[in-house]
Design a protein. Structure first.
Length: 164
């Protein structure tokens, strides 16, 4: 009997350990918006305008925390929403996704994560969603990951010729 209990504990403990991390509510993941040129470029005029649209769209979504890589374009993508909500954008290290997952899991409510074309699909997957590949030309899609759902909803900040 004891061996059976140990075996069950080991099985269920391993199953729990492999489940994707999830915040209490919803995780919104977006690639930084359109950028200007240069080293660590800021948002372009179009990106700045789209950051305002992002703030408008997510202002009533229950977001309690915003995380962005410490690049100008990522931080500037989250700042209009942060200002509207009275919170601060927290920088995260894109090379340490485990720390990001831990920080998001501690949020009581929804969170926004601002990443990059090469990190957003992995972030979506780490929170249990089916990732959507991004290219360097993909801007303005917010991926909405909810607990227990592999399907990822999408919010388009504005219609584009490629996505309608």
């Amino acid at each position: 009997m004891r061996k059976l209990l140990l075996l069950l504990f080991a099985f269920f403990g391993a199953a729990i350990a492999t489940q994707p991390a999830m915040a209490a509510d919803t995780v919104y993941v977006v690639r930084h918006l359109q950028k200007a040129e240069g080293t660590d470029p800021p948002l372009s005029a179009e990106g700045t305008a789209n950051a305002q649209i992002l703030a408008d769209r997510l202002a009533k979504s229950g977001i309690k925390a915003i995380f962005a890589t410490p690049t100008k374009r990522a931080m500037q993508t989250g700042e209009p929403l942060a200002e509207r909500l009275g919170i601060t954008v927290a920088a995260y290290d894109p090379h340490d996704p485990a720390a990001l997952i831990k920080a998001v899991a501690a949020v009581q409510g929804a969170a926004l994560i601002v990443g990059h074309s090469n990190t957003v699909p992995d972030i979506v997957a780490r929170f249990g969603g089916t990732p959507v590949p991004l290219t360097e030309q993909d801007y303005g899609t917010v991926f909405v990951v909810k607990p227990g759902r592999a399907t990822v909803d999408q919010i388009l900040l504005k219609a584009t010729p490629e996505r309608g």
